[in-house]
Design a protein around this ligand. Structure first.
Ligand SMILES: C[S@@+](CC[C@H](N)C(=O)[O-])C[C@H]1O[C@@H](n2cnc3c(N)ncnc32)[C@H](O)[C@@H]1O
Length: 216
């Protein structure tokens, strides 16, 4: 009973925040519609989480961002729109189907000059990107078993003061009582980030939670 009351309040607050602070325009809505039409899994960030990412870009003054996990490009468009002139988002996607849909969406959003999509496995793509460091922000939203590797890459390739943000820190609440492997991976990852002496860490309790680290 208490849970369903909390869930209702949370949903109402999400709607309130979205209506008050978020402008999801027609391009962003159409990206979600395209994802549904192409039967992609409904696992993108939500609009108010996109707005949070934009705020993180602005607060950190990020100019070069790496995103791990593109899907249809929804979060990439939120991020890229927050970049200053001359800024660049590198977004990594291993599924050729997802990459093709995302490329179309970036063209429709008029963001081809600001976004470079690297198609392939994230660890390979990150190795290719490393010579372009230092980066200002790394957004992790892909396969949970590799989150530790992605964190190590971020530690090695972020400038001091740069940000790492990992999505789904709460696993819809299951981080408290893990029910599957991915829940356990995220639980471990959050603890590892919290203890990682390379970062100052916290979790932003917006949406499904963003584990945030600032590179020391
Ligand atoms: C949660 S979705 C990303 C959602 C996207 N960030 C958004 O909010 O719009 C995760 C994506 O990561 C991709 N992915 C999973 N493992 C990967 C890997 N090892 N390398 C590259 N991409 C991967 C999946 O194919 C999927 O498209």
């Amino acid at each position: 009973m208490a849970d369903s009351l909390n869930d209702t309040l949370r949903t109402q607050l999400d709607v309130y925040v979205t209506e008050t602070f978020v402008n999801e325009d027609e391009v962003l809505k159409s990206i979600q519609a395209e994802a549904t039409r192409n039967e992609l899994p409904a696992i993108s960030i939500r609009a108010f989480e996109g707005r949070l990412l934009q705020m993180l870009v602005h607060i950190s003054g990020a100019k070069q961002i790496v995103e791990i996990g593109t899907l249809a490009g929804y979060s990439a468009v939120w991020l890229a729109r927050a970049l200053p002139a001359g800024g660049k988002l590198y977004t990594i996607e291993k599924s050729s189907k997802h990459a093709a849909i995302a490329r179309d969406n970036f063209t429709r959003a008029g963001l081809n000059a600001r976004i470079e999509l690297l198609e392939g496995d994230a660890l390979d793509s990150l190795t290719k990107l490393a010579p372009r460091n230092p980066f200002d922000m790394v957004f992790i939203d892909a396969d949970r078993p590799h989150y530790h590797d992605y964190l190590d890459w971020a530690a090695a390739n972020l400038r001091p003061g740069g940000l790492v943000a990992a999505h789904n820190a709460f696993r819809s609440g299951r981080v408290l009582t893990p029910e599957n492997e991915d829940d356990r991976f995220v639980q471990d990852f959050n603890v590892a980030l919290a203890k990682d002496t390379r970062f100052e860490a916290f979790v932003v309790a917006v949406g499904d939670g963003f584990a945030i680290g600032v590179r020391k």
